[in-house]
Design a binder for this molecule. Sequence first.
Ligand SMILES: NC(=O)c1ccc[n+]([C@@H]2O[C@H](COP(=O)([O-])OP(=O)(O)OC[C@H]3O[C@@H](n4cnc5c(N)ncnc54)[C@H](O)[C@@H]3O)[C@@H](O)[C@H]2O)c1
Length: 383
Amino acid sequence: MTTKKALRIGLIGCGFMGRTHSNGYLRVKNFFPELAYQPVLKAVCSRTESKARAFAEQWGYESVETDWKALIARDDIDAVDICTPNDKHAEIAIAAAAAGKMILCEKPLARTLRESADMVAAIEKAKVPNTVWYNYRRLPAVTLAKQIIDSGKLGRIFHYRANFLQDWTINASLPQGGEGLWRMDAEVAGSGVLGDLLSHCIDTALWLNGSITTVSAMTETFVKERMHQLTGKVEKVNIDDACSFMCRFSNGSLGLFESTRYARGHKALYTFEINGEHASIRWDLHDLNRLEFFDNADASTLKGWRSIHVTDGDQPYMNKWWVPGLGIGYEHSFVHQVADFLKSLEDGSSCSPTFREAFETQKVCQAVLDSADTGTWKDTHAA
Ligand SMILES: NC(=O)c1ccc[n+]([C@@H]2O[C@H](COP(=O)([O-])OP(=O)(O)OC[C@H]3O[C@@H](n4cnc5c(N)ncnc54)[C@H](O)[C@@H]3O)[C@@H](O)[C@H]2O)c1
């Protein structure tokens, strides 16, 4: 048996993402046995000790902390994984970088561009390996889309279109803020659907289609006041319930992005479509193993949208899983990101998106908010 190098993980926050990441750390050794590094679940931090203990027992963490500062101060932690709500990302990441820890941070990088800039500065000063969990890049069909685009098959790109639609906040009596509902509180989340959902679409778009130069946006808050869970008072809602923007990419293509939590009937409809001179591509999270592809070079009698079931061993990541024809799920994108992070430690590369790359998404988000506020076009480099 080959001896693996240990990557000792300290996880902060044991909610939804704490679970997906823990699953990623546990699965990676079984499915990526060639990697030199192997995660060791050293410690998990929750403010409530009983919650931390229950999580540690369920997922196999060796120890618990109730203060993230104590976790960062430990000598037996190599990498800090930030799975808290957005308001804690900057403070934890900056402290972890100063302590020389590697950092895996959930998206969006932070609440504001200012916080994000401070995080990038801290991590670059510390020169520690880092990554941001924009996990959709690592679904095989999305990675295949990237390979097809980079091969030039689409030719010149004209249009990029993306949606992320949900419907869980339509009920006007849903409170805002506090455990489970922090996404509704701008103080904690920074923004609404923009940072929560559209940031994913923006990250994918920047990766697939290059930089965005200028944006024109609108936002709306449909329910203006909600009871705040922490104060018990009815308070103004400051998040965007819906956000749409159009933009220009530096490659000359036009973009349209829409996100809302008021699209009745949609739980997590993330789709994108890219139209090029020679071919088009589209993808839908609800059918995540499938990539649709239209090639204008096909014979006219056969021309049509191909539905590619991305499960073949020749397709990205799929030689790690079952046999051709058998699909994988949402959780596998996190296993892939762990594997790519471990690989980057081995070969000295970086695991995209790094904090610096995720900062580009923040710039677009800031320009979107500024544009919606002013009703004018905004340059992303001016954000
Ligand atoms: N990559 C993705 O697809 C994806 C999906 C969902 C959420 N996220 C991001 O992940 C982060 C967490 O979201 P979530 O859905 O897991 O939220 P969640 O509410 O399910 O979990 C957050 C956890 O952090 C804990 N927490 C809060 N403050 C803390 C502190 N000071 N110390 C320790 N623990 C603390 C909470 O008690 C909770 O258990 C957010 O930044 C969110 O935007 C990313």
